[in-house]
Design a protein around this ligand. Structure first.
Ligand SMILES: [Fe+2]
Length: 373
């Protein structure tokens, strides 16, 4: 076994050392046909042995399965990713061509996520869970999202919404957010497996590391004065401006982590920021906007793997079920994506997890827990 290279020959070589160049794009891992084959075989094997990825016998030994079954290069990349918070680390990896997706077997995209057929998604759930296991991190579910809804969520644009979406060419801002910015125990790692992306919607990413050194604008974001409104689709929204506050940047003062949701914290009518907080956020947004990266267009079988404390992801407008080719609008299958979220420690989140299920996070808003009974 070769213990030296972590990324093999594919690790990017910084042209200037001493961290003078801030990373502006995710690292892309080209998955080899051999690795893809191994993963496919492993997915089939695990389905036979455990039936579902939430099987307690499987999930409690997830890290063991990951280290035993994943191709070694992929395990090493993910293991390194889990501990790398350096100035060079963008906070997102793209695994290009990780999974072979049988489009015929998948069938047409369901009208909405409520109608997703998870029996067709089990193999992909096993493969995604292994990636988290290699970090190592544990897949979890959140009551705040779909009241749980399992460890794997199908992300599907609602068919009824497609006609109300703005046109693909509209100048809608690329709103980026870290997942569940309104929770103290938000996911540590996220994976997005693209089953199909025929509309060719770019993946939108933004990393706090892209700014380079902390400047006075960023320094102000360490103050715990910022409202983090819950998702707009909650009906029991607090009166704007009356909720708990948090800092946007946290952790290390020089190489910080980030909690941020542009849509909810700046542009929503519920944002409720104080004038000082809003000024700081707007100044930050002006610096952040040009650093948003939407160069990569995921294809079927690609996985975007994100450190949710370093890198935010996007909400870009697109018309589901169509794309433009040579100036013409062409119909296509609507996008379908699978999201998995994970925490590196179940012990640290125990105060907010379900009494009988330590993988189920019951936090409602910045430390407050849902009253479910
Ligand atoms: Fe998200």
């Amino acid at each position: 076994m070769d213990l030296q290279p972590i990324y093999g020959t594919e690790r990017p070589v910084p042209s200037v050392t001493n961290h003078l160049i801030a990373p502006k794009a995710p690292f892309i891992v080209e998955v080899t046909p051999q690795e893809r084959n191994i993963l496919s075989g492993v997915g089939n094997l695990l389905m036979k042995a455990f039936k579902n990825y939430d099987n307690p016998d499987y999930i409690s030994a997830l890290h063991l399965h990951a280290y035993q079954l994943l191709p070694e290069r992929i395990t090493r990349i993910l293991s390194r990713f889990g501990t790398d918070f350096s100035a060079d680390q963008y906070g997102a990896l793209i695994f290009r061509g990780l999974v072979d997706i049988d489009q015929e077997d998948l069938g047409p995209t369901p009208p909405n996520w409520q109608q997703a057929d998870y029996s067709k998604l089990r193999k992909y759930g096993f493969i995604c869970s292994l990636l988290h296991g290699a970090v190592p991190s544990k897949p979890v579910q959140y009551y705040a999202q779909r009241k749980g809804g399992g460890l794997l969520h199908a992300i599907i644009p609602d068919e009824k919404m497609s006609s109300t979406q703005t046109g693909a060419g509209s100048k809608t801002d690329l709103y980026v957010h870290t997942e569940d910015a309104f929770l103290l125990n938000q996911a540590d790692f996220l994976s997005f497996l693209y089953l199909r992306n025929e509309e060719e919607v770019p993946s939108t990413l933004y990393s706090i590391r892209s700014h380079g050194k902390i400047n006075p604008t960023l320094r102000k974001l360490f103050d715990p004065i910022y409202q983090c409104p819950k998702d707009a689709n909650y009906s029991d929204q607090n009166k704007p401006g009356t909720g708990p506050t948090a800092s946007v940047l946290y952790g290390n003062q020089e190489l910080p982590f980030i909690r941020f949701d542009a849509a909810e914290q700046i542009f929503s009518e519920h944002a409720g920021q104080s004038p000082e907080a809003m000024n700081n956020l707007m100044a930050f947004w002006e610096e952040a906007k040009p650093l948003i990266n939407s160069d990569f267009i995921p294809e079927s079988g690609d996985v975007v793997f994100v450190n949710n404390h370093l890198c935010a992801h996007g909400r870009s407008a697109f018309v589901a079920g169509q794309r433009t080719e040579n100036g013409k609008t062409i119909k296509c299958e609507r996008r379908q994506m699978l999201r998995m979220m994970s925490k590196t420690s179940l012990i640290n989140i125990r105060a907010v997890t379900d009494t009988h299920d330590p993988y189920f996070i019951m936090e409602e808003h910045l430390g407050k827990i849902f009253a479910t009974s």
